[in-house]
Design a binder for this molecule. Structure first.
Ligand code: ZN
Length: 106
């Protein structure tokens, strides 16, 4: 068994590599809603089902900001928000390693 300090350094390196290999990330919560389109003769203007649309929301200075996601970008943006969650988790784990390293020096 390697010393704890070496194990922590290995863990830290692994976490850093995972961050480097992560694709683009974007903060935000996915919100699906529905709305009418621009075509007056579409069923959505005549009691028919509305069209699902995707937004990403987040908070800035206490205000909720909402960003419309164009349909061709939906899958990509979903991946970016997943990457953001993963990044936050990797940051949390890296912090935990650093705290353990501090404790080793006590
Ligand atoms: Zn429509």
């Amino acid at each position: 068994m390697k010393p704890l300090r070496t194990q922590l350094q290995t863990k830290r390196l692994s976490l850093r590599r995972q961050i480097q290999n992560l694709g683009p990330w974007m903060e935000g919560t996915l919100v699906t809603t529905s709305r009418k389109c621009g075509k007056e003769n579409c069923a959505c203007h005549h009691q028919g089902p509305k069209h699902p649309v995707l937004f990403v929301t987040w908070k800035e200075a206490g205000k909720t900001i909402s960003l419309y996601i164009p349909r061709p970008l939906e899958a990509e943006v979903k991946q970016w928000t997943e990457n953001y969650k993963r990044l936050k988790e990797l940051i949390r784990q890296t912090s935990a390693v650093q705290k353990q390293m501090v404790r080793l020096r006590e």
